[in-house]
Design a protein around this ligand. Structure first.
Ligand code: MD6
Ligand code: FE
Length: 208
């Protein structure tokens, strides 16, 4: 586990190669099974209705969605109306390993990036509690990940996320701004047709 310091915030961890190739392949199969039932869709930005460049799906009891009305968590797929598929056990095991004291994750957002897809600088702040960290897993092509501070204007640092890498935003870094500048084409053989998948695990509702 390596703690990274950006703008003096504690709680940002980077775990390169957390999943080895075999584990990445197994996880990818689980995600394929999820998206077979809950197809990737193109979300729209609040207010403008502009399309995201990433496609998304979710698993777990809640899923993060965005459309012209805003960002929110909901228990069903916006197109099919079906409940999101169950979260694969390997992801709940990852959460238990890295956040043993946090309540179980309720949402796993699946982001799929083709070549020119990116994700602007944002905070993960649509949850009703920020006590638990957000844990992410990268699969497929390498991406450049940028992390800053609690203000959008704070300086940022960027580093590369490779297939199998895990990032934890917890503690003071839970609300740090972050984003994906670009995906580096042809850097992984995991996805047969290229591109990148990022999974983010979140606790949404405070434990009772
Ligand atoms: C991505 N990741 O890697 C986007 N959020 O494609 C995130 O937005 C993210 O990696 C919260 C915690 C870790 C992350
Ligand atoms: Fe995020």
């Amino acid at each position: 586990m390596s703690e990274l310091s950006v703008n003096g915030l504690n709680g940002l961890s980077y775990l390169p190669g957390y999943f080895n190739r075999g584990a990445q392949e197994a996880l990818l199969e689980e995600i394929r099974a999820v998206v077979a039932r809950a197809p990737l869709y193109t979300p729209a930005m609040p207010r403008t209705g502009n399309a995201f460049t990433v496609r998304m799906s979710n698993c777990g009891p809640l899923g993060w969605v965005s459309d012209i009305a805003g960002y929110r968590y909901q228990p069903h797929h916006p197109d099919t109306g079906q409940a999101w598929p169950e979260m694969p056990a390997v992801l709940t095991a990852l959460w238990k390993d890295l956040a043993p004291n946090a309540p179980d994750p309720e949402a796993c957002l699946i982001n799929y990036y083709k070549e020119s897809a990116r994700m602007g600088l944002h905070q993960d702040r649509d949850e009703q509690t920020f006590e638990a960290p957000v844990i992410s897993v990268s699969l497929g092509d390498t991406a450049t990940f940028r992390v800053g501070g609690l203000s959008r204007k704070d300086p940022t640092k960027s580093f590369r996320l490779q297939s199998g890498d895990v990032v934890v935003l917890g503690g003071d870094a839970r609300l740090a701004f972050h984003g994906i500048d670009r995906v580096l084409k042809g850097t992984s053989t995991l996805l047969k047709t290229g591109g990148r998948i990022n999974l983010t695990l979140r606790r949404v509702i405070p434990p009772r």
